[in-house]
Design a protein around this ligand. Structure first.
Ligand SMILES: Nc1ncnc2c1ncn2[C@@H]1O[C@H](COP(=O)(O)OP(=O)(O)OP(=O)(O)O)[C@@H](O)[C@H]1O
Length: 117
């Protein structure tokens, strides 16, 4: 089941992102928020460094959401519908990571956008 070519690895990775987009409401919201925020950044004439901070922040949120989704799938794969204390910890901790990333993004968004308004 190992990918032999780099192109296959890329295909799997893009399929993973698409799968998360299809199934995860939060991921769809992040994509929508990303489009709105980038349009606003363009409207406010962001500098190169402001764009860099914005893009890194957006990527951190997206990456944590993807990892959270991967943890959820893995826990569901292992536990099925059965309650499992370790499964609960794993899902709650992964959700905590996405929450922290989202909080950080809101704070950075305020720092970047409020002076422009
Ligand atoms: N197998 C399990 N055993 C114990 N607790 C679980 C289990 N599956 C889920 N939970 C608990 O239910 C919560 C919600 O799990 P669920 O898989 O529905 O995530 P979710 O609400 O879909 O997350 P998201 O909104 O990020 O997609 C978890 O954070 C965890 O506390």
């Amino acid at each position: 089941m190992k990918n032999r070519h780099l192109a296959d690895s890329f295909k799997c990775a893009f399929r993973g992102i698409f799968q998360a987009f299809k199934t995860e409401r939060n991921f769809k919201l992040h994509v929508l928020a990303t489009i709105i925020v980038l349009l606003l950044a363009w409207y406010f004439n962001f500098t190169k460094w402001e764009y860099i901070i914005l893009v890194i922040t957006i990527l951190i949120v997206m990456i944590t959401e993807l990892l959270n989704t991967a943890v959820e799938y893995t826990v569901d794969l292992v536990c099925g519908n059965k309650y499992n204390q370790l499964g609960k910890y794993a899902k709650d901790i992964a959700a905590g990571a996405t929450l922290l990333a989202a909080f950080g993004a809101v704070i950075i968004g305020c720092i970047l956008f409020i002076p422009k308004i």
